[in-house]
Design a protein around this ligand. Structure first.
Ligand code: MN
Length: 255
């Protein structure tokens, strides 16, 4: 890779390599070199990005559940996001690819751009160690991290159900463990969820009490929204019957 483009790319990344060869390897697709390409650096970078983002989220959202943290992390480290960071650096312009891949537009493909991003992370880690690498990752993700809110996670079904009921002044659901089978570390829980004093009942089965409750809550939401739309339909019908009667009445008066 020409020194010039390596320097330009380093400037974009905000990091100067002690060994610029590492950057060159990170920018090399397998179609260009079978022996020396970005794949093992990508392997390394993948888990570093995952860890650094997990750690950042853990501290940014101390009250979040494991599920919420997982969803936030998935959002940040998904290929689409990594590819868009690569595009900000215009990494596609620096990729070394075989002519076939080049012609088919590989340098524009999300999956390749995401891989190259991970490879660069791996290369910086190899070049300078974890602290420097982490600092760079956090800098690159800064705006995406600050924009993030727990509302992005898609709330868990129990919270959704609770808010739905509270909003309608209905008593909170009652969860009961109905059955537990299996040995200590391999148990299956059956949990019931009842609302409106048992008028509506659902059950969830899961490998933990919490998971079973979430499933029961999710089914309960389905039941409640079905009930709600039935009620709406009925009241609409009543309304139109009433209107028809009134109109008839008016007609009689007209005569
Ligand atoms: Mn990858």
């Amino acid at each position: 890779m020409p020194t010039e483009s390596l320097t330009r790319l380093s400037r974009r990344l905000g990091y100067t390599f002690n060994d610029p060869d590492r950057l060159a390897v990170a920018m090399t697709h397998r179609s260009y070199s079978n022996k020396s390409n970005y794949e093992t650096l990508e392997f390394l970078g993948d888990s570093i990005v995952n860890f650094v983002i997990a750690d950042a989220l853990f501290h940014q959202f101390p009250d979040a559940s494991e599920g919420q943290l997982s969803r936030l992390r998935a959002k940040l480290v998904q290929g689409k996001t990594l590819a868009s960071i690569s595009r900000e650096f215009e990494l596609g312009d620096y990729l070394r690819m075989g002519s076939g891949e080049l012609k088919s537009g590989g340098f524009r493909r999300d999956s390749i751009l995401a891989d190259v991003f991970e490879a660069i992370v791996g290369a910086i880690y190899e070049d300078s160690g974890f602290d420097v690498c982490r600092e760079r990752i956090l800098y690159w993700f800064q705006s995406r991290l600050t924009e993030l809110s727990l509302d992005d996670t898609g709330k868990d079904p129990k919270s959704v159900l609770q808010e739905f009921l509270q909003g309608r002044k209905i008593a909170l659901p009652d969860y009961k463990v109905v059955d537990v089978v299996g040995l200590a570390h391999d148990q299956t829980f059956t949990v019931s969820c009842s609302v409106k004093e048992g008028e509506l009942m659902t059950q969830g089965i899961g490998e933990s009490r919490r998971k079973a409750e979430q499933i029961a809550a999710s089914d309960m939401m389905t039941k409640l929204t079905q009930q709600l739309s039935m009620e709406k339909k009925l009241s609409k019908e009543k309304e139109s019957v009433k209107q028809a009667r009134e109109q008839n009445g008016l007609k009689k008066h007209d005569k």
